[in-house]
Design a binder for this molecule. Structure first.
Ligand code: NAG
Ligand code: NAG
Ligand code: NAG
Ligand code: NAG
Length: 318
């Protein structure tokens, strides 16, 4: 019996280690409707701080309902993110999209350059979406999926069924354009409550064609207010190769208010939506030692770039 206990201990250590490594691995892709993110809104320092903490947890974050024609709001957010440590965030924005001059919105992708390279961007124009998808392609040597396409949609609530169905046409367009069928759709589709009913699904090819997997379920609530309980915000992927590159059951609404113990007021200051997210697997066999994907912003500032990868970091308050 005495001979067995070291084995058991090793096994336990192995399990604990695996769980830790597992937890630190992967790359988060998020989608967040920012409900009118303007330069005026970004000048609220508390709001910007909360938002930066949310975006920091994502390796790629799609922001929707951004109204920032001269880029000042996004610039302020990027500066805040890059102040946390040496990991560099970048952004890519569409032009203002919409039918009325008073409601022109941009899609903005913010991404961690240590995790992903942007390798393509394309403004889709084939179907008359209110805000046609601004399609981007990312590459990473660190992720299990090496190259993939993201298709954002903040749908017109009054033609949500039609627009979600049109995403299939966007899929056909971009998969041929870039010879790549690893496509993820994400955004505030209004895919719930009165806008899209159970009965409407038969008219949406992303539902009827089983090549597409819906990673955020019907019963989740991506709205902040108690008065609404709707799965408006969704993430959908095409094909087995992409599905296999995603951590099972990682699709979720990110209730950052609960996570960071923030008041309802502070959460609503940013948006009346919560972000949704999924986690991409890192490439086998071992994840990169950075672990930044799952880390929160450090509470203090320090220069990680001068340290060897994987070192224990001691930060000092400035
Ligand atoms: C968006 O915010 C700006 C000020 O930042 C405000 O003037 C405008 O009315 C807001 N639009 C909507 C649709 O809430
Ligand atoms: C991004 O591209 C550069 C240049 O090709 C490459 O060295 C780097 O490894 C890429 N980054 C990732 C995360 O794949
Ligand atoms: C498209 O991609 C596949 C691999 O995914 C490759 O075998 C094929 O040669 C590519 N076609 C073109 C035209 O680049
Ligand atoms: C479903 O989508 C796939 C694309 O992966 C396509 O090849 C297939 O023809 C579609 N099936 C139907 C029934 O439309």
């Amino acid at each position: 019996m005495r001979g067995r206990s070291p084995d058991l201990r090793h096994l336990l250590l192995f399990i604990v280690f695996s769980v830790l490594v597992e937890g630190a691995s992967g790359f988060r892709v998020c989608s967040y409707n920012l409900q009118n993110f303007t330069a005026a809104k970004a000048s609220n320092r508390r709001m910007l701080h909360t938002l930066s903490r949310v975006v920091y947890r994502c390796d790629i974050c799609l922001l929707q309902h951004v109204v920032d024609p001269n880029g000042a709001a996004v610039k302020a957010l990027i500066a805040k993110l890059n102040a946390y440590d040496a990991s560099r965030f970048k952004s890519v924005s569409s032009k203002g999209l919409g039918k009325t001059p008073g409601d022109m919105q941009q899609y903005v992708f913010i991404y961690r350059t240590r995790s992903f390279n942007l390798t393509g961007q394309h403004q889709y124009e084939g179907r008359p979406f209110l805000r046609p998808p601004f399609v981007v392609r990312f590459q990473s040597s660190k992720a299990h999926i090496k190259e993939f396409i993201l298709v954002p949609l903040h749908s017109d609530q009054d033609q949500a069924v039609q627009e979600i169905d049109w995403l299939y046409d966007v899929f056909e367009d971009v998969s041929v354009r870039w010879n790549n069928t690893n496509v993820m759709f994400l955004g505030d589709f209004h895919a719930s409550c009165g806008y899209v009913t159970r009965d409407d699904r038969k008219n949406i090819r992303l539902y009827t064609n089983n090549s597409f997997s819906w990673l955020i379920g019907e019963t989740v609530d991506s709205t902040v207010k108690d008065s609404t309980n709707c799965a408006y915000d969704r993430i959908v992927v095409h094909g087995q190769p992409f599905l296999m590159a995603i951590e099972p059951y990682s699709g979720q609404v990110y209730n950052f208010g609960r996570f960071h113990k923030l008041s309802r007021t502070m959460v609503l200051e940013v948006s009346d939506h919560y972000p949704v997210m999924v986690q991409l697997k890192s490439s086998a066999p071992r994840p990169p030692p950075s672990g930044h994907a799952s880390a929160d912003p450090p509470r203090c500032l320090c220069d990680r770039s001068v340290l060897p990868a994987g070192s224990v970091i001691v930060c000092f308050k400035r």
